[in-house]
Design a protein around this ligand. Structure first.
Ligand SMILES: Nc1nc2c(ncn2[C@@H]2O[C@H](COP(=O)(O)OP(=O)(O)OP(=O)(O)O)[C@@H](O)[C@H]2O)c(=O)[nH]1
Ligand SMILES: [Mg+2]
Length: 408
């Protein structure tokens, strides 16, 4: 997960903690080893993939002489880096503060000692701890108010984003499944389109043209994790808000993982959760879970026999591809599955365009697939038959009205 926030990993180590130490979680021998490693390699951050008490965190930071964060801290960092919307950012900040506040309460001895007993900031009798807690509470209250305001404008934003003129294909899946690798592979395989309109898209979204001619916005997302700390659930949902805009979900899983089934189930549960949540609100009937393409990734790690068997199984199963993002196997098949789903929603229409209206003509070439074209020199018109996805179709109707074109 560390790569997700641009950390350079110098050592990853699994250790057995047979008897957790209340003061430091891990034992003195290991701490000594780590201390030397941290010193020699100038390590700036140590991540413990477990829950640390505030005391343990402080003690480890002192013993290792570097910054130490735990699992919740790391996940918060990742969410913070990935939150794209106003609501997402607020939600993550709220989770971070709530986390911080809980540390504050339990680590009061540490804080009081550390910040000293001067106490000139607060009124008489107010300790540093009470000041800290009051400041955090004030900030939390303000965030909650802001969130309330943001939510009321959510419907507006949603319809605004629906105006993005291309279908959105979202890569979702368990952490480490290979979403980002596949994202890079796909944006390399398709023609990556530079478009001024999308200059502001964040790096996890790219406009690309599929071989069949369709343009889509491909979006990479933050990985799902199991045992998500309870206090992070809302923040996690908020970072996935963009997924709710997707027209197609590509569910990437690591077929070579010994926990493949469990990881699939975890992700499916999150997906149905996300949409059920939506259905509670005031959403149109059309806002259902989008069609899902299943990608069994990392096929290169399978043995020959396993590979054969899974290839057969994926061929027999609808909307399923056996893929290797790294080796490139199965990528064409995956693209085909996505194109098939997108095409199934397309509409075909014909339109008469005056010769003089070159702009509308090129609009249709840009936004759809022109199936037939007749240039009629008698009437100075061009008649085209064009296949359009639902979004383009909507826009074509508006365009036709504005330019007084005949659609049929
Ligand atoms: N052998 C093999 N390794 C792969 C493949 N795809 C991804 N990986 C490796 O798996 C690890 C995780 O890949 P990522 O693409 O970062 O996974 P991710 O799903 O984006 O992970 P998060 O962003 O943390 O959720 C990396 O070390 C990749 O090199 C593959 O097809 N074959
Ligand atoms: Mg990733």
């Amino acid at each position: 997960m560390g790569e997700a926030i641009d950390l350079e990993i110098v050592l990853a180590q699994a250790v057995t903690v047979s008897k957790p130490k209340p003061a430091t979680l891990i034992g003195a021998g290991l701490i000594e080893e780590l201390h030397d490693f941290v010193e020699i390699n100038s390590v700036e951050l140590v991540i413990i993939n477990a829950s640390l008490t505030p005391i343990q965190q402080r003690n480890l930071e002192r013993a290792l002489d570097t910054k130490v964060i735990d699992r919740t801290g790391l996940i918060l960092e990742i969410f913070g880096a990935r939150a794209a919307t106003k609501e997402g950012t607020l939600q993550v900040e709220l989770a971070a503060l709530t986390y911080q506040r809980s540390r504050l309460v339990r680590s009061w001895t540490h804080l009081e000692r550390q910040r000293g007993g001067l106490g000139f900031i607060g009124g008489p009798g107010e300790s540093q701890l009470e000041i800290d807690r009051r400041l955090i509470n004030e900030r939390i209250d303000r965030l909650k108010r802001d969130l309330g305001k943001v939510r009321t404008t959510r419907e507006l934003q949603r319809s605004a984003r629906k105006r993005v003129p291309y279908p959105i294909v979202s890569l979702v899946g368990y952490t480490n499944a290979g979403k980002s690798s596949l994202f890079n592979r796909l944006t390399g395989a398709g023609v990556f389109v530079k478009d001024m309109l999308f200059a502001t898209l964040d790096p996890s979204m790219k406009l690309l043209q599929l071989p069949g001619g369709k343009k889509v916005i491909l979006s990479d997302t933050v990985g799902f994790v199991s045992d998500l700390p309870h206090e992070l659930v809302d923040a996690f949902r908020a970072t996935l808000e963009e997924v709710l805009q997707a027209d197609v979900l590509v569910h990437v899983s690591d077929i070579s993982s010994e926990f493949h089934q469990e990881e699939l189930a975890d992700v499916e549960a999150v997906i149905s959760d996300l949409w059920e949540l939506e259905e509670d609100s005031t959403l149109a009937e059309s806002e259902k879970v989008p069609p899902i393409v299943s990608v069994w990734n990392k096929s290169d790690l399978l043995s020959g026999d396993e590979r054969e068997e899974l290839k057969d199984r994926s061929d027999r199963q609808d909307n399923t591809s056996l893929v290797s993002a790294v080796a490139g196997e199965g990528i064409d098949d995956l693209i085909e599955q996505v194109e098939k789903i997108l095409s199934s929603r397309d509409q075909v229409l014909s339109v008469d365009l005056p010769y003089s209206d070159g702009r509308s003509l090129s609009w249709f070439y840009d936004h759809g697939t022109v199936l037939e074209r007749n240039d009629n020199t008698d009437t100075d018109t061009i008649e085209i038959t064009v296949q359009l996805d639902p979004i383009a179709h909507q826009r074509a109707i508006i365009l036709a009205e504005k330019e007084s074109l005949r659609l049929y």
